[in-house]
Design a protein around this ligand. Structure first.
Ligand SMILES: *[C@@H]1O[C@H](CO)[C@@H](O)[C@H](O)[C@H]1NC(C)=O
Ligand SMILES: *[C@@H]1O[C@H](CO)[C@@H](O)[C@H](O)[C@H]1NC(C)=O
Ligand SMILES: *[C@@H]1O[C@H](CO)[C@@H](O)[C@H](O)[C@H]1NC(C)=O
Ligand SMILES: *[C@@H]1O[C@H](CO)[C@@H](O)[C@H](O)[C@H]1NC(C)=O
Ligand SMILES: *[C@@H]1O[C@H](CO)[C@@H](O)[C@H](O)[C@H]1NC(C)=O
Ligand SMILES: *[C@@H]1O[C@H](CO)[C@@H](O)[C@H](O)[C@H]1NC(C)=O
Length: 735
């Protein structure tokens, strides 16, 4: 009897453990963990397109954009950036569309697919102004008038609040109406009627187009505060008391959990097996520090907070500033400072970031060109429009530490020593008239986990971890050279300099990032082949393994730092043009750093640092020891774009020329949130070393619990069986 039961159970267990489905090799959370706001921008002209759609002309950077919108749902069907700035549109017969550029050129497009046609237009007449002869606007209503007697109303539609103008209107003056209304705050409302009945109604919010500045705050985690308080209490107690405190506390928690489930073990198990509800998911996201609020400011002066996980707008404030320069949070994320170029500034109280903020005060700063936070304080370094510099002290600031600030524009790099509100220029580096600073990257002040790189034969190359370093790239337009330098920001001394003479295209983007002990930069050059180049400079204390020059017990004076790094460099080809580049940031810096790049085609991808390694050598030259090194791979000249690493997947992200890339660390060491903010907003999560600290949501909880329960059952039945067998053996009784 027992034996049958046992084997049945074992069989059930084995069946349960064997997966009935074949899951995909890698669990891609694409389209679940990322979001995009597909913005159109300010609607400049709207005309009809065939097949239930509208075509909208809007601004996109310094040029224009054509967008197709589904009339029924308001969804964006397609967007096509035009190379130049267009000012007018005309719909032509045969599903065609003429677009007039600022310089007067008229191009004809297929208004269904957006293909450019080789047609000419004899006479251009704009279709942008809607014909309002069949309607009247009264009492905050738009009235459709009868075809024959133009004073009779057929039906009406209410105007939205803060209505500004009619962008598109089509009516037969009987039962049908299609109207697109604009209201202030860049909102657009479409309604369509058939036979006097409402057929469709939607709105589009374009107020988050063209982000110019951003900041982020974490959602307050009360659980973490409680846990911290407990730790503080425990620290003040003796060992035994602390232990008792912990036990009592855990017992209380267990009791609470059981009480909440009315002491039913069944419901406890059910809760464990069930999918998580919204509240649990939210709590978990809070705990993992994924729940952040991204605060963005747009060219129009809108400041809005978005949930960084979903892109949902939490609140928005119209500041009326058209020249916002920077957003900064102060006082432990309870205040948001809005700085403008004109010098006005605003302080918003965001103590509860989920609620509409109130303006707590305003103050005037000088007309500014650049605002930089000084160290980790709430004080700011301000470079004024006229080139002078000042320090903006937070009220009651007690920061008397002397700090260094390095400022740069495209001609000058200068360093200041800041003490209180005093600013002393320490050194200044002026470029030649033909030279221009194209990229600048200060060394990121992130935690350093190891002081050396471990080689395959267990020897160590010590990293040069001097913190006051910055890299910059200078273009010389006369000689057509690009020079890359690394300098000591305290003394202003050059640490490394090298020039590229491979016909660098100086009009293509040059980007640079500076991590722990390495600097990666990208440029486009036409020799040996016209291709994007990615170069890496690595700085070591010494290139001899196990040779350490600094030592942790002596403190170096930065002003007399005589020790210079030893340097190796390598460059690679990259198949796509790189527009923008940042380093991924994680909380503790244990995860492999990676370089997140935005390509000129709008896609985003990332390259783990071990690919961009200056110590890679050709396969034939690799020794056995070299091959044993962690993540070692032979040198190949090209780094491909790995399909699995494309963060934007199939999305078309139109970020515009002034987009900003940013990386936000979470409490999960493996995961960093990466956003690209510009015309569109796009955020996703990256885990360069895979999600080693998190079980996937599809983790098979049910099977694990079933296995444990099954094993307990087996033990429960097996034990008496063994006991009986033993006893029978003692008594020499046969089965
Ligand atoms: C427009 O949206 C409606 C409703 O969502 C859908 O049924 C229709 O197929 C869409 N049209 C196009 C062209 O995508
Ligand atoms: C476009 O039209 C012009 C004049 O009608 C003609 O000369 C030209 O060959 C056409 N180009 C193409 C690509 O069809
Ligand atoms: C506007 O529409 C009316 C009929 O609805 C038409 O008679 C009139 O010519 C139109 N005006 C223009 C400028 O197209
Ligand atoms: C000033 O420096 C001291 C020692 O380096 C440090 O402990 C302190 O936190 C600093 N104060 C501020 C406000 O940064
Ligand atoms: C360890 O490997 C490095 C690089 O491969 C080499 O330079 C060094 O001589 C080796 N050290 C020993 C002790 O083998
Ligand atoms: C660090 O340097 C000091 C002085 O140069 C020396 O006395 C000390 O032994 C060194 N410590 C280590 C761990 O090498």
């Amino acid at each position: 009897m027992f034996r049958i039961l046992q084997s049945a159970m074992l069989a059930a267990l084995l069946i349960g453990l064997r997966n009935p489905f074949v899951w995909a090799v890698y669990d891609d959370e694409a389209y679940n963990t990322d979001w995009q706001l597909k913005n159109i921008g300010h609607f400049e002209c709207v005309v009809e397109a065939p097949v239930d759609a509208l075509v909208v002309l809007s601004r996109f950077g310094d040029a224009s954009l054509l967008s197709w919108i589904n009339k029924t749902s308001g969804e964006v069907l397609a967007r096509k950036p035009l190379g130049a700035k267009a000012i007018d549109m005309m719909s032509l017969e045969g599903g065609r569309l003429a677009v007039r550029a600022q310089d007067g050129d008229v191009s004809v497009y297929d208004s269904h697919f957006g293909f450019k046609l080789n047609d000419t237009v004899a006479e251009f007449s704009s279709s942008c102004t809607p014909n309002l002869s069949g309607v009247s606007i009264e009492d905050h209503k738009i009235r459709v008038l009868d075809r024959d007697s133009s004073s009779l109303e057929v039906f009406h539609e209410d105007l939205p609040e803060r209505f500004t103008e009619i962008k598109f209107l089509k009516t037969d003056n009987a039962g049908s109406l299609e109207v697109l209304l604009a209201s202030s705050g860049s909102e657009y409302h479409f309604s369509s009627f058939e036979d006097g009945q409402l057929a469709a109604r939607w709105s589009r919010d374009e107020s988050l187009t063209d982000v110019v500045a951003y900041a982020y705050v974490s959602a307050p985690d009360r659980g973490a505060v409680n846990a911290l308080n407990e730790l503080v209490v425990e620290e003040s107690l003796g060992v035994w008391e602390a232990y008792l405190f912990r036990c009592m506390h855990n017992w209380r928690r267990l009791k609470q959990a059981l009480l909440a489930r009315k002491f039913s073990v069944g419901s406890y198990i059910k809760d464990m097996l069930e999918d998580d509800d919204e509240e649990t998911v939210r709590e978990r996201e809070l705990k993992f520090g994924l729940l952040k609020y991204l605060i963005v400011a747009t060219t129009e002066g809108n400041v809005a907070a978005l949930n960084v996980l979903t892109g949902e707008k939490v609140w928005s404030v119209e500041t009326g500033f058209g020249d916002i320069l920077a957003l900064e949070t102060t006082k432990k994320d309870t205040e948001l400072l809005v700085f403008t170029r004109g010098g006005q500034s605003l302080v918003l109280d965001i103590a509860d970031v989920e609620k509409q903020p109130v303006v707590s005060r305003g103050r005037d700063v000088v007309p500014s060109a650049k605002i930089t936070r000084i160290g980790a304080s709430d004080d700011f370094y301000v470079r004024a429009q006229d080139g002078s510099s000042t320090v903006l002290l937070e009220k009651g600031s007690t920061n008397t530490n002397s700090t260094y600030v390095v400022d740069h524009n495209d001609k000058v790099i200068s360093a200041f020593a800041v003490e209180g509100d005093k600013l002393d220029e320490v050194w200044k580096l002026e470029l030649q008239p033909a030279e221009e600073l194209l990229a600048f990257a200060g060394r990121e002040d992130d935690p350093v986990v190891s002081v050396g790189t471990i080689l395959g034969n267990r020897t160590v190359l010590y990293k040069y971890l001097y913190p006051n370093l910055a890299g910059y790239a200078v273009a010389n337009r006369e000689t057509n050279e690009l020079c890359v330098n690394i300098l000591d920001t305290v003394s202003g001394e050059l640490v490394y300099a090298s020039c590229h003479e491979d016909k660098v295209s100086l009009d293509m983007p040059v980007n640079m990032v500076f991590g722990e002990y390495w600097c990666v930069y990208s440029y486009f050059s036409s020799e040996p082949v016209p291709e994007q180049k990615l170069a890496v400079i690595e700085l070591y204390e010494s290139l001899r393994p196990n040779k350490r020059v600094t030592n942790s017990s002596t403190v170096q004076d930065t002003l007399f730092n005589e020790h210079r790094p030893e340097i190796i460099t390598k460059s690679y080809f990259f198949p796509e043009t790189i527009k923008n580049m940042i380093l991924s940031k994680t909380k503790f810096g244990i995860t492999t750093k990676s370089v997140v790049v935005e390509l000129a085609n709008g896609q985003m991808t990332y390259l783990p640092k071990y690919l961009l390694n200056a110590r890679r050598v050709e396969e034939s030259k690799m020794s056995k020891d070299d091959q044993r090194e962690f993540m070692a791979s032979p040198y190949v000249s090209g780094i491909p774009v790995n399909d699995h690493f494309v963060l934007t997947h199939f999305r078309q992200v139109l970020s515009g020329p002034r987009s900003k890339l940013t990386s936000i660390p979470t409490n999960l060491e493996s995961t960093s949130i990466v956003c690209n903010l510009g015309h569109d907003l796009f955020c996703t999560r990256v885990a360069p070393s895979s999600q080693f600290d998190k079980l996937s949501p599809s983790f098979e909880k049910g099977k694990l619990v079933a296995t444990v329960v099954g094993l307990l059952f087996i033990c429960y039945f097996l034990r008496p069986l063994v006991d009986t067998k033993k006893m029978k053996g003692r008594w020499l009784v046969k089965d």
